[in-house]
Write a protein that binds this ligand. Structure first.
Ligand SMILES: Cc1cc2nc3c(=O)[nH]c(=O)nc-3n(C[C@H](O)[C@H](O)[C@H](O)COP(=O)(O)OP(=O)(O)OC[C@H]3O[C@@H](n4cnc5c(N)ncnc54)[C@H](O)[C@@H]3O)c2cc1C
Length: 342
């Protein structure tokens, strides 16, 4: 198959914020051989690189003067079995929400709590996607990467990937030299529902599900997400713009004394995760409009492109949110979204 390589390409169709920016070079790769061909191309070898999936967790604030590689390797195939799990090898370009839907509906439970998270499988380990009480790390067997330095692929095990809350070793790879080409998932042979997340528990109770199946959980998660989050096809956004900050016990107690309605969750090791959405809302910043951008009416943590805004406009709002939260709570909100071209 011919390798697609174009110059001066608009990235607007390739990011869920729907902001315009240009890449000097753009290529969509479908195989490891394509990656090697780009590597061998003398025109491209020394250019800065950006690796892209579906673009649902990036904000372009300027043009990208380099090569954007959209990693669209296809395929889903059985990867064998361990004592307690069925393994599934998934190409980096596989749509994540479609994969979860297909698995749940074909009787392969395990990923239902991660339903409807936009993006492609190859990006899932980057920030260790998580939702409704489950993180990818609990279902990840290994990650296959292609390394430009050697031109070869190798498997990385979860320990080496250093997966944490919206974090992994890949988050620090900004030079595009290590590329995820596939991931292998572990689907539990003895499936147990994960229903401890309060909002999900309530939704299941409201639906009368006392012993929920994977399909019940899938449907409950989809309903919750559709109610709470804007559809990027209608309103540009990248989901939660900031991470939930994590604080020590003493700091948490002090904040809670001053703000008794603060929403937070206890973590292992005596630390607490504070709901960034609550912090932003407490600064009266839910549903605000700033020109062509704003925060979403139903979830303050989601910044939205209301009408053809630029990435710089979104970033200016992000800075305003950070400043206001810092002024009121002395907490620094860290972006979850990757900001490119700042
Ligand atoms: C409405 C909405 C809701 C969301 N909800 C959630 C949620 O509940 N939980 C959650 O965790 N996230 C959520 N997200 C964020 C997003 O869906 C995930 O981060 C997703 O995994 C991004 O996939 P992508 O293919 O779009 O990645 P991109 O946005 O294209 O890339 C994200 C990062 O991964 C890198 N990358 C992408 N592919 C590769 C690859 N093959 N090899 C190496 N690096 C790569 C990029 O360089 C970039 O740094 C949401 C986003 C939206 C728009």
């Amino acid at each position: 198959m011919t390798l697609i390589l174009e110059q001066r390409v608009s990235l607007k169709p390739f990011n869920s914020f729907g902001v315009d920016a240009r890449a000097s070079w753009f290529s969509r790769v479908q195989s490891v051989a394509d990656l090697q061909r780009l590597q061998d191309d003398a025109r491209l070898r020394h250019l800065p690189r950006l690796i892209l999936g579906a673009g649902s967790n990036v904000l372009f604030v300027g043009d990208f003067d380099g090569l954007v590689i959209q990693v669209a390797l296809p395929g889903v195939e059985p990867g064998g079995r361990t004592d307690d799990a069925e393994l599934l090898r998934v190409g980096a370009g596989q749509s994540w929400p479609e994969l979860v839907e297909q698995l749940v509906h074909s009787g392969h439970p395990g990923l239902e709590n991660l339903a409807l998270i936009p993006g492609w499988a190859g990006a899932a380990p980057i920030q260790n996607i998580g939702a409704y009480g489950l993180e990818l790390s609990e279902r990840l067997h290994s990650v296959r990467v292609w390394e430009a330095s050697s031109g070869t692929c190798r498997d990385m095990w979860p320990e080496e990937c250093a997966l944490g809350y919206r974090d992994s070793i890949f988050k620090r790879d900004e030079d595009g030299q290590r590329i995820i080409v596939s991931i292998t998932l572990r689907l539990p042979l003895r499936w147990e529902p994960i229903t401890g997340y309060t909002e999900l528990e309530r939704e299941l109770a409201a639906r009368g599900c006392t012993r929920p199946s994977a399909r019940d959980i899938y449907e409950a998660v989809c309903a919750l997400r559709r109610r709470k989050l804007p559809d990027p096809a209608k309103l540009g956004n990248a989901g939660s713009f900031f991470k939930n900050p994590v604080v020590e016990r003493a700091r948490h107690a002090e904040l809670l004394e001053r703000h008794p309605s603060m929403v937070s969750y206890a973590l292992a090791g005596g630390r607490y995760k504070i709901a960034a959405g609550w912090l932003i809302e407490a600064c009266q910043l839910r549903g605000v409009h700033r020109g062509r951008v704003g925060t979403y009416e139903r979830q303050a943590l989601v910044l939205v492109n209301r009408d053809g805004a630029s990435g710089a406009e979104v970033l200016a709002l992000a800075h305003e949110v950070q400043e206001r939260v810092h002024e009121k709570f002395e907490i620094c909100l860290e972006p979850e979204v990757r900001i490119v071209g700042a």
